[in-house]
Design a protein around this ligand. Sequence first.
Ligand code: BGC
Length: 380
Amino acid sequence: MTYLTYTSYIFLVLAIVSVAGGVADKPNSGISKKAFGRMADGTTIDLYTLTNNQGMRVAITNYGGIAVSILVPDRNGKPGDVALGFDNLEGYLAKEPYFGALIGRYGNRIGNARFKLHGVEYKLPANNGPNSLHGGLQGFDKRVWTAREIRSEHPALELTYLSKDGEEGYPGNLNAKVVYSLTEDNALRIDYTATTDKDTVLNLTNHSYFNLAGEGSGDILKQEIMINADRFTPIDSTLIPTGELREVDNTPFDFRKPASIGARIDADDEQIKFGKGCDHNFVLNRSGAGLSLAARVTDPGSGRVLEVLTTQPGLQFYTGNFLDGSIHGKGSKSYGRRSAFCLETQHFPDSPNKPSFPSTVLKPGETFRGSTVFKFSISK
Ligand code: BGC
């Protein structure tokens, strides 16, 4: 070997070692795919796992865009799954309360299952008493989305779905796109965009059920919540907003200072009775149009903290009041009453019938954009 080739050889070895070292620094970050099951018509459904280098792992299926599991380290670095759900597709195909799913076209309720747009009345399926809930009988949570893996700076999964004109009663062909990405600061970010070819209404969200102590580990009543909202939207007995924006001051809905979820959940209060606990939309205090802090939940036991940031005007805080132990989720664990909470970032329920609420109308030529971040950390 001449001196020159010897030197080049050494450089080559050093280059390989440094690239391998770089990879070794990031042994886990990436995205992987495996089969999750089959639909009745034979369509195969996949499960994509996004992994970062901080011990966080999020599995998402293209059936309903469901976040199936969210693994987050506790204060001792031990990972735990903080999302309720099922081990396989069959669980999600049975009747279940939207665990982890993408919700559309319209998250939460539309009163009397109808709304008027430019004088035309649109009738929707009434699947929740007299009201239409979470997009109808076959909302976005029950659709097969087209998935595309994105390997850029952060592992990400793009999901797209074309909701045809008239689907579940809604006007316009709606192209929806949702991108889940997992960053190195333990944030699961969800970016929503949508376009339409006719005026329509839209309210997209994700319906993850969180238990920061781990799914199936009992109730969430000792976990502490702060909600950045001075007002909430009171509801009637069928959980439709009355139209009022009520101050949280002197109500069980004042979470501006952290309080345990259980502290006022059975308060002698009409609103609490209607919701059977907390099942209310909060009017978020916002500054500007970007992401801003909506809520923070802390679990004193595990030390896990979840912060929710969003561009949306509202947040549905639902304390799992309708879970009753009859559903057996991952590892056949039974999910009892209040064994999880949902923080659904959204426009206000029933906005299409409430002209005073921020508009949910989307027109041709416009692009709806919304983002939500679920950021995990450990309490000091
Ligand atoms: C609603 C609850 C409902 C739950 C599951 C929440 O968004 O506000 O009333 O029970 O979703 O459907």
